[in-house]
Design a protein around this ligand. Structure first.
Ligand SMILES: Cc1cc2nc3c(=O)[nH]c(=O)nc-3n(C[C@H](O)[C@H](O)[C@H](O)COP(=O)(O)O)c2cc1C
Length: 274
């Protein structure tokens, strides 16, 4: 059996899989069936488009047998208005309730985020999940320690004066302005050499953030911690990413303490039509 198999009884030889293959490695000779020449298999990026696009269920590839690819259920048909409401109702959550987030729920979220697109379908995003308010508070403290050091060393810089000093003051006053007493932190990372690691992780996190909504979870990008991860070895070590990985953003996760009731407005989009 070849690496791409075609059920000749169901194949209509319509050439859809040939046209859709992003790497153009599927060929179909006149009167024949789709096939991938052995020497071209190495160009495949394992995206599964050939299996997914065939309307007749005729195509399978070794790692995506068609039985393992569920048929798309398009009957509910989400309308434009509900989609806009859904997207606009995502908020950055900074006040979390006491309820803990169960591991199966986090697993479910991450399982969904893995379907986000990655450059060349590389799928190199790694998730480090830090659980427990104590551990998160320790990460906040390491971030504040780093900021305190910057304020002491370069007190006149804009970052030190306008951002870091108020955050250090807030921390000293007993609040956590870094990770906001969130119960969970997820950190998306990719190998340093991944050509689009930052973008891949960002899209994965955005997917996770949206998938969190129907689970009643809230999220918030943790940019202040990210600054510490890039600049302070102590914070990096405390998170403990896989060797050779770069953190491409931490995100807080938890159950929001408060519900939101309105959709805040944003600036008009900046567009150049050409
Ligand atoms: C890259 C990035 C980094 C962020 N870092 C932080 C952060 O460190 N702390 C925080 O409270 N909010 C952070 N935010 C949240 C933004 O402040 C928030 O998205 C913005 O105010 C709009 O609010 P909304 O997300 O509820 O629409 C970050 C957002 C992004 C996209």
């Amino acid at each position: 059996m070849g690496w791409l198999t075609v059920d000749e009884a169901s194949c209509r030889q319509d050439g859809i899989c040939v046209a859709e293959c992003p790497r153009r490695i599927i060929a179909m000779e006149q009167g024949g069936f789709p096939l991938v020449a052995t020497e071209r298999e190495r160009f495949c990026m394992h995206c599964g488009h050939c299996v997914a696009v065939c309307p007749h269920g005729a195509v399978s590839v070794a790692e995506f047998p068609r039985e393992a690819c569920p048929v798309i259920d398009d009957t509910p048909g989400l309308g434009w208005e509900p989609v806009v409401q859904f997207l606009r109702s995502r908020r950055s959550i900074r006040v979390y309730g006491e309820r803990e987030v169960e591991r199966p729920t986090l697993q479910k979220l991450i399982e969904t985020a893995r379907y986000a697109p990655t450059a060349s379908n590389s799928q190199t995003v790694h998730w480090t999940v830090v659980s427990g308010r104590e551990k998160l508070t320790q990460l906040s403290e390491l971030t504040i320690d780093w900021m305190r050091g910057v304020v002491a060393a370069q007190p006149a810089t804009a970052a030190a004066a306008s951002m870091f000093r108020p955050l250090v003051t807030a921390w000293d006053g007993g609040t956590d302005p870094i990770l906001r007493n969130a119960p969970i932190l997820v950190v998306a990372s990719a190998p340093k050499e991944a050509s689009n690691g930052l973008v891949d992780c960002t899209i994965a996190l955005t997917t996770l953030e949206l998938a969190a909504l129907p689970l009643s979870l809230g999220t918030c990008w943790a940019g202040l911690l990210q600054a510490a991860l890039l600049n302070a070895a102590g914070a990096r070590e405390a998170v403990g990413l896989p060797t050779g990985h770069t953190a491409h953003y931490p995100m807080m996760v938890g159950y929001p303490k408060f519900a939101y009731h309105r959709l805040p407005e944003r600036q008009e989009p900046s567009i150049t039509w050409k």
